[in-house]
Design a protein around this ligand. Structure first.
Ligand SMILES: [Fe+2]
Length: 211
């Protein structure tokens, strides 16, 4: 983002996904737009507090509350962009053997199947949040993590490679609450592995430049 102005909600062309209805996507895009709006609103409100160059003692409670909420809204905005960007209506299921991602999974977990068991397992954890596969830019290793809500559990400096929303709003129009595994299966069939690989490649480039 080159501008310092407010964020603009992005558009995603995802209709026709397998097992995730257009209706679900419409609702989800609206929720995402809400995060963009709230991020902008909170940023603006916080800027009013700091405009005079000081957060006064009597301003501190309100300022603190807005700043805490900013972590929730900001991550809600960004994680949804990663999530929508790593899906496509022309998904092929699992990645091609010998692809960069499979190589990273083998190097980090021993095999793609073990990596997947971990990622899917995280996706089935109780509670609302996200299953995340990150790459550590320092050594190229990938690891999977659970994020509670949007902001608790993000690993600082790690790069999100594959992002799966497991809040119930992501699947409740298509599946029952107890059918999250079916949604996860549908999600996998829609993964845009080319987008995932691009996130990996960027990091590989940085590493080889350093070496
Ligand atoms: Fe969501």
């Amino acid at each position: 983002m080159s501008s310092t102005g407010p964020y603009t909600a992005r558009q995603f062309n995802l209709s026709g996904l397998n097992g995730i209805s257009d209706q679900t996507l419409e609702v989800h895009f609206k929720l995402y737009e809400g995060y963009v709006k709230e991020t902008n609103k909170l940023t603006e409100k916080i800027s009013e507090f700091i405009r005079d160059g000081n957060v006064d003692q009597d301003e501190m409670p309100a300022y603190s509350e807005l700043t805490r909420r900013l972590g929730f809204e900001y991550n809600g905005m960004v994680l949804h962009e990663y999530y929508f960007d790593n899906m496509t209506s022309s998904g092929s299921g699992d990645p091609a053997k010998g692809s960069e991602f499979v190589k990273a999974a083998e190097a980090s977990f021993g095999s793609y199947d073990i990596w997947k068991a971990d990622f899917v397992g995280i996706g089935k954890m109780r509670g609302v949040g996200w299953a995340m596969c990150y790459q550590n830019p320092a050594n190229g290793r990938i690891s999977n993590h659970w994020i509670t809500l949007h902001e608790i559990g993000n690993v600082a400096g790690f790069v999100p490679v594959l992002v799966m929303d497991v809040w119930e709003h992501a699947f409740l129009l298509d599946y029952k609450p107890a059918e999250r595994p079916k949604y996860i299966e549908a999600f996998f069939s829609n993964i845009a592995w080319d987008a995932v690989e691009k996130r990996l490649k960027k990091i590989t480039g940085v590493q080889s430049a350093r070496a």
